[in-house]
Write a protein that binds this ligand. Structure first.
Ligand SMILES: *Cc1c(COP(=O)(O)O)cnc(C)c1O
Length: 431
């Protein structure tokens, strides 16, 4: 499998090259060159096997068996020491629980697989590589934990000073070792802009090799395709193709789903559910893409005003909004609606949602209104324990503390203050 740029002006890259490059040299994003459908019997075989086993098979298929079976087993075991269950919530609606990894959010899946690929491909490389990652909450902790103590790597996490909850922050500010947290006096979009500018700065990159761990990195996209297959394989046998709702911010997760469809994933339609940062639902409605500054909401990992992966989505559909509409319905929900869904689902089903997953739940209800008779799956992207205050307000009870979270939220926070000024950021990186 080779990777090409969405802008078509860069030579095709191997996985190793695409992984280390982050954005392509022409400023575009790497996408798999060829997403041919898997043989149907391969997909049928996913029924009843573990997520690790699905990931193993799909990686083998996509990478043309270029990684040895032994190394592959090692990658799967280290990357995925957890399961991804599909849980029935109510008649015809399932939650795909993506939050059973160490930082309790779906980004563990992509980040841990990517970290294992780096460890595998960097073996022979001598110069250390700096991972730059901008986070609105969950990416930073997932990436920091995934790369913590990986030799030859140092991680710089940029986070918006006022917009990350204490629990989220603790997971990447207390690690020490090869992880540094940069507290940026601005928004997530400012963090992302600093990272983008650093990647575009060839002089900087010649002096300090950089790699990206944001959702633009193909190393994160690949494993996110895998769990869509795992979800469908866990539906009752003989189910019609599901409608799948993805609560979205930077749209990496949804992009992976649309790519999985190219690989033959049986799916009726996708639903992109956002909070009030709704540039993509607006694009689906009007045909016009109007990025704008993000607004702070309860589902802060989805507070994105100019989603990086939008470029991959338009590439996949050749800029044809009509074709995209056939595969994707868009909708947006307010914080009040998310709170309402959390309260309602808890009251009726005793199932606890947090604000991101609640947005997914609202989206799947809307999607099933358009496609009745199909099963509905929404991605549950974070453990409610990450959002104790809002869960308590909505349900009247605090979420249970999962094993392991307690130890991740103690320790001494260490951060470096960083104004939104590229020159200062650059000189920091060079010293
Ligand atoms: C990152 C994140 C999202 C949004 O995922 P994208 O791939 O950026 O669209 C949704 N929910 C949670 C909990 C997240 O951390």
């Amino acid at each position: 499998m080779r990777f090409v740029s969405t802008r078509g002006q860069a030579p095709p890259a191997t996985l190793r090259e695409a992984l280390l490059a982050g954005p392509a040299p022409d400023g575009g994003l790497y996408v798999p060159e060829d997403l041919r459908p898997l043989p149907p019997d391969t997909i049928a075989h996913f029924h009843g096997i573990s997520f690790q086993a699905v990931a193993y098979e799909l990686t083998h298929y996509l990478l043309n068996r270029t990684i040895s079976p032994g190394a592959m087993e090692d990658i799967m075991e280290t990357a995925f020491p957890f399961e991804i269950p599909l849980v029935a919530i109510e008649e015809g609606v399932w939650a795909l629980e993506l939050f059973h990894g160490p930082t309790l959010a779906f980004k563990d899946v992509g980040a841990r697989f990517m970290a294992r690929l780096f460890a595998y491909y960097l073996d022979s490389q001598k110069q250390p590589v700096t991972i730059l990652v901008a986070t609105s909450g969950d990416t930073g902790s997932a990436v920091a934990q995934a790369f913590h103590n990986v030799p030859g790597i140092d991680v710089q996490v940029l986070f918006p000073s006022e917009q990350v909850s204490e629990r989220q922050r603790m997971m990447f500010t207390t690690l020490e070792g090869n992880v540094t947290a940069l507290e940026v006096q601005g928004t997530f979009d400012d963090c992302q802009a600093l990272v983008r500018q650093a990647f575009a700065d060839l002089e900087l990159r010649s002096r300090r090799p950089l790699a990206s761990a944001n959702s633009i990195n193909v190393g994160r996209l690949l494993p996110q395709m895998f769990y869509y297959f795992h979800a469908v394989a866990q539906l009752p046998p003989g189910s019609p193709p599901p409608v799948i709702c993805v609560p979205s911010g930077n749209f990496g997760n949804l992009t992976a789903g649309l790519m999985a469809k190219r690989l033959g994933l049986p799916v009726q339609r996708f639903v992109a559910a956002t909070n009030v940062n709704d540039v993509v639902p607006e694009y689906l409605r009007t045909g016009e893409y109007r990025p704008r500054p993000s607004v702070h909401t309860l589902s802060n990992a989805m507070d994105v005003g100019d989603p990086s992966n939008f470029e991959r989505i338009t590439w996949l559909y050749g800029n044809d909004v009509e074709a995209l509409r056939r595969d994707l319905h868009g909708c947006a929900f307010t914080d009040e609606q998310a709170r309402g869904a959390m309260a309602d689902v808890y009251r009726r089903r005793r199932y606890v949602l947090e604000p991101h997953s609640a947005t997914g739940y609202l989206g799947i209800r809307q999607g099933l209104g358009l496609h009745s008779g199909h099963p509905g799956v929404f991605l549950a992207t974070a453990d409610p324990a990450k959002f104790p205050e809002v869960v308590r307000e909505a349900t009247g009870e605090g979420p249970p503390m999962p094993h392991g979270l307690a130890s991740a939220t103690t320790g001494i926070e260490q951060t470096v203050a960083m104004p939104v000024e590229y020159d200062l950021f650059k000189s920091y990186l060079l010293n």
